[in-house]
Design a binder for this molecule. Structure first.
Ligand SMILES: C[S@@+](CC[C@H](N)C(=O)[O-])C[C@H]1O[C@@H](n2cnc3c(N)ncnc32)[C@H](O)[C@@H]1O
Ligand code: SF4
Ligand code: SF4
Length: 390
């Protein structure tokens, strides 16, 4: 399915939920905590790559991954009834042979599920292609939107080097080709690639873009970030964190993307904010649904509000609902909002939050048009109010 068609489909579904979303935004801000509408499930830390910018592969331990028999009773509770967006990540999700059954389990227990996202290395095509095909076909029958992204951090050897995998580019390309063909025949399926750019592969960023264009592939560029709950990589910040050279390059690179993308696209929203954060000393101006309505579940059952929150507890020991609403944990979430969110780089489900906050979104659109017309004026247009006031 073309990305634009998929976005329209997604927007239509989002619009259908708008009155409820507005009520939720009001209720969560003014009255009491609301149930999660976004969920990230890192289903394993086991991985088929050994990336330079992420340490999850060092934490792979199949024995401590929750089995589906353990996950089923955890999810079998009305607490999860408000989840609309589910992202399955890791580690490498396709290293779990039960990934299709896992998707089916979530479908059984998430009655409001609208969209599933899966990130994959695509590095084991013989396993990943049949598995992902089965998932896409299941979602088509259930009328659920599904988005899959294969990670690609360079063309040819650069990708092999970043991922530390022999013939990694060739292997990922096989999955990419098969998924692209599958997307052409499934309207519920959006397929693309995702790239994380940092010093090692910065010189290849334009090549990735050009390569994706020749293939007609949608591409998302991730902003480099450091988080232990999601990537186990805080210790890497000192060695591979952006220096001035990378900041200058990435700010321009993101602004160039804003120029090309439709301002209505989620990507353009994110890229402008990343360029802003590089220019303003990393003050976040993006909303984030995890501040009020998100959860992150890790392979062994550890539960976090988001990738920067402390562990709230473990769902194998205590009900997720009890952990989510526990007064002490809610105080921690308030602390996150006050102290961590203002400089957080996480993009997780940012578009979900963005579309639900109309005034800030309208302001963004106005500014994005200005910057698109004249990128030299980017610094002049930087917003002065913080994310919290938006
Ligand atoms: C953690 S991986 C998990 C899924 C799968 N293993 C993969 O690589 O696609 C999810 C996404 O995070 C990206 N990523 C890895 N390290 C990152 C970092 N330090 N900053 C931002 N994104 C990162 C990956 O490139 C990938 O697109
Ligand atoms: S980015 Fe993905 S493939 Fe690379 S180590 Fe992390 S989880 Fe594994
Ligand atoms: S710390 Fe980051 S990911 Fe967590 S709620 Fe705040 S903005 Fe969102």
């Amino acid at each position: 399915m073309s990305t634009n068609k998929f976005r329209l489909h997604y927007l239509a579904r989002t619009a259908a939920g708008v009155p409820r979303d507005l009520v939720n935004t009001f209720v969560s801000a003014k009255i009491h905590a609301i149930r999660p509408t976004v969920l990230i499930y890192n289903c394993t830390w086991v991985c088929d790559a050994r990336c330079t910018m992420c340490n999850n592969w060092k934490w792979g331990d199949r024995k401590s991954d929750m089995t589906l028999e353990q996950l089923e009773p955890v999810m079998n509770h009305p607490f999860w009834g408000a989840v609309e967006n589910l992202n399955i990540s890791g580690g490498e999700p396709t290293t779990r042979n039960d990934l299709p059954q896992m998707v089916e389990l979530f479908h059984r227990h998430l009655p409001r599920l609208r969209k599933i996202g899966i990130n994959t290395t695509g590095l084991t095509p013989t396993r990943a292609i049949p598995m992902l095909t089965r998932i896409v076909e299941f979602c088509a029958r259930q009328e659920i939107l599904i988005s899959v992204r294969v990670s690609l951090d360079g063309i040819g050897d650069v990708h092999n080097q970043v991922r530390d995998v022999k013939r990694g580019f060739e292997k990922a390309s096989r999955t990419i080709e098969a998924m692209q063909a599958l997307a052409a025949s499934h309207d519920n399926f959006q397929f693309g690639i995702a790239s994380t750019i940092f010093a090692t592969n910065m010189q290849d960023a334009e090549n990735i873009l050009a390569w994706a264009r020749t293939k007609g592939l949608d591409v998302v560029f991730n902003m480099l970030r450091f988080t232990d709950a999601m990537l186990h990589n805080k210790e890497l910040q000192e060695t591979i964190g952006f220096q001035e050279r990378e900041e200058t390059f990435m700010r321009k690179f993101f602004l160039d993307r804003v120029q090309e993308e439709s301002v209505l696209s989620g990507q353009s929203f994110m890229y402008l904010h990343y360029a802003d954060m590089i220019a303003n000393g990393y003050q976040r101006t993006m909303p984030c649904p995890f501040q009020s309505q998100g959860l992150l579940l890790n392979p062994n059952g550890d539960l976090h509000y988001c990738e920067n929150s402390e562990k709230l507890g473990n769902v194998l020991d205590d009900a997720a609902e009890a952990l989510y609403f526990k007064a002490e944990n809610l105080m921690h979430r308030q602390h996150l909002k006050d102290k961590v969110c203002p400089t957080c780089l996480s993009p997780c489900q940012v578009n979900v939050g963005a579309m639900k906050q109309f005034v800030p979104y309208a302001k963004f659109l106005k500014r994005a048009y200005q910057v698109k017309r004249n990128p030299q004026r980017h610094t002049e247009t930087l917003p002065t109010d913080s994310y919290a006031a938006r």
